[in-house]
Write a protein that binds this ligand. Structure first.
Ligand code: NAD
Length: 499
């Protein structure tokens, strides 16, 4: 790929950062390969971008929602046309296998079409009034300039989950993508430009968390911060926004579990656990990093699971035979390696993997073996903390209630699943697991854009992305009463004489 310098997009212009500096975006499968150079932006760029978003807001909010929708629909059509190209570039910049990066772009397509549909819905309520000759309804109103701050693991899908609902509700945005994946973010923004988004409505500023994300979330003209990333950074967003009561929508870490009951279809459960544990190299917020298995089938499950893990083909995601790519960067790989050491020290049984891959072509990337720990105690750190890598903890359990307790016994609450043929067990688990997402006879992965997405406890702050729930994040309700009686009527006080 030809090395190219990419710019920020502010007020409808592609511009260089006021800092005059850039940073490199490199391929994690082969770190010698530079994908492109991006603007190392600073607070001055953020100020300009927010100003542009603020100035564009009044026109955009008055632009009819079905007309905004037409632009979103065009974005979707552009993404459809360029899906393969964008997927390949995503694999090059962040390592996921091509099948998964195609899925990532597809999710952005789905979200753009879906939110385009919302341009003709965004339903409010009309209800009878308790008083005669009075009309009552509720309407959604946009909020203003929104800050979108996103992680690298779903570099186009997650930005689209924020961008599309923000725009359809009539907001303008300043978008700061993760420093590891600016190219996929650029491809999304370029598609918005091509679709005819008016100037200033969408602004794009690349750069670091503290140099760009910090001033962006603190800017007083930003009315809402929509953040997806780690719980540690999410906490700083929450604290920075609290004094001004700025709206925040926080989607953060996870420590998800699959529960495998004694009556489960074991082969299906193994397949789901492999996909959940090692898909995207374990770097999904919904990754199944814990598998809680009934002791009656524990041994058999462990043997089958390890056999499959050992057989996974690891390498450059552009190779169609490869099933698992690299970690995103050296830091993330070091985190994985540290947790492997922690697991060993805690006394968990390492039954597969456990090493960085350094031979041959692997030496230039951030590759690690799919790793399985057995006989993990639910209180061990490897069973409690988000590792964000290809490390799975197998935890034996005695019965359904024990499995539910273990599953719920972490600070996170994003996704969980149960494998069982018993409908009664499935319903009890569905009721008692306290996560935002729950699956039966399927892995912890596989969200669809028209349903709410998000988590409980330290995974979220009560909001949900996707579905119509996303409209609740990016709009405020206004309740409107219209009294056409010509007199003062008092709710809760006036007596109606119906005789
Ligand atoms: P991260 O928290 O390091 O970074 C997320 C974003 O915040 C990046 O754009 C980063 O530059 C920015 N940022 C970092 N420091 C900042 C600061 N001080 N102020 C403002 N912005 C700052 O997360 P990551 O490593 O990019 O992503 C991995 C994490 O994201 C994992 O914890 C994963 O579970 C989580 N995640 C959650 C969901 C979800 O929907 N719940 C989805 C995907 C990823």
């Amino acid at each position: 790929m030809e090395k190219k310098i990419y710019k920020n997009y502010i007020n409808g212009e592609w511009v260089e950062s006021a800092s005059g500096c850039t940073f490199e975006d490199r391929n994690p499968a082969d770190n010698r390969e530079v994908i492109g150079e991006f603007q190392r932006s600073n607070p001055e760029d953020v100020k300009r971008a927010v100003e542009a978003a603020k100035n564009a807001y009044d026109k955009w909010r008055l632009y009819p929602a079905p007309k905004r929708a037409e632009i979103l629909f065009k974005v979707a059509e552009i993404l459809v046309k360029r899906k393969e190209e964008f997927a390949r570039e995503m694999t090059q910049e962040m390592g996921k296998v091509l099948k998964e990066t195609r899925g990532d772009v597809q999710e952005a397509i789905d979200m753009s079409y879906y939110m385009a549909g919302e341009g003709r819905r965004q339903f409010g309520q009309t209800t009878p009034s308790e008083l005669p000759n009075k009309f009552a309804m509720s309407v959604r109103m946009p909020m203003g300039a929104c800050a979108l701050i996103t992680p690298w693991n779903f570099p186009m899908a997650i930005p689209s989950w924020k961008l599309m609902p923000a725009l359809i509700c009539g907001n303008t945005v300043v978008f700061k993508p993760a420093t590891d994946t600016p190219l996929s973010a650029y491809n999304l923004i370029k598609s918005c430009e091509e679709a005819g988004i008016p100037k200033g409505v969408v602004n794009f500023v690349t750069g670091g968390g503290s140099e760009v994300g910090g001033p962006l979330m603190k800017n007083e003209d930003v009315k809402l911060v929509s953040f997806t990333g780690s719980t540690a950074v999410g906490k700083t967003v929450s604290e920075a926004c609290a004094p001004a009561f700025k709206h925040t929508n926080l989607e953060m870490g996870g420590k998800n579990a699959i529960m495998v009951m004694e009556d489960a279809n074991l082969d299906l459960a193994v397949e789901g656990a492999i996909w959940g544990g090692f898909g995207t190299t374990g770097q999904r917020c919904t990754a199944a990093s814990r598998v809680i298995v009934h002791k009656k089938v524990y041994q058999e499950f462990a043997e089958k699971f390890v056999a499959r893990a050992k057989a996974l083909k690891i390498g450059n995601g552009l190779d169609p035979k490869v099933e698992m790519g690299p970690s995103i960067n050296e830091n993330q790989l070091q985190t994985v390696m540290n947790y492997v050491e922690i697991g060993k020290k805690e006394g968990a049984k390492l039954i597969s993997g456990g090493n960085r891959l350094v031979k041959g072509d692997y030496i230039h990337g951030f590759f690690h073996e799919p790793t399985v720990f057995a006989d993990v105690d639910p209180k061990m750190r490897i069973a409690q903390e988000e590792i964000f890598g290809p490390v799975v903890a197998l935890i034996p359990c005695d019965n359904l209630q024990n499995a539910i307790n273990i599953c719920n016994g972490v600070v996170y609450g994003l996704s969980a699943s149960i494998y069982t043929q018993d409908v009664n067990k499935a319903f009890v688990a569905m009721r008692d697991i306290y996560t935002g997402i729950f699956y039966v006879n399927s892995s912890t992965i596989g969200a669809e854009v028209h349903l709410p997405f998000g988590g409980t406890k330290q995974t979220g702050n009560g909001h949900r992305e996707a579905g119509t729930a996303a409209l609740d994040v990016f709009s405020e309700w206004k309740t409107v009463y219209i009294d056409y009686s010509g007199k003062l009527q008092k709710a809760q006080i006036d007596d109606l004489n119906i005789s």
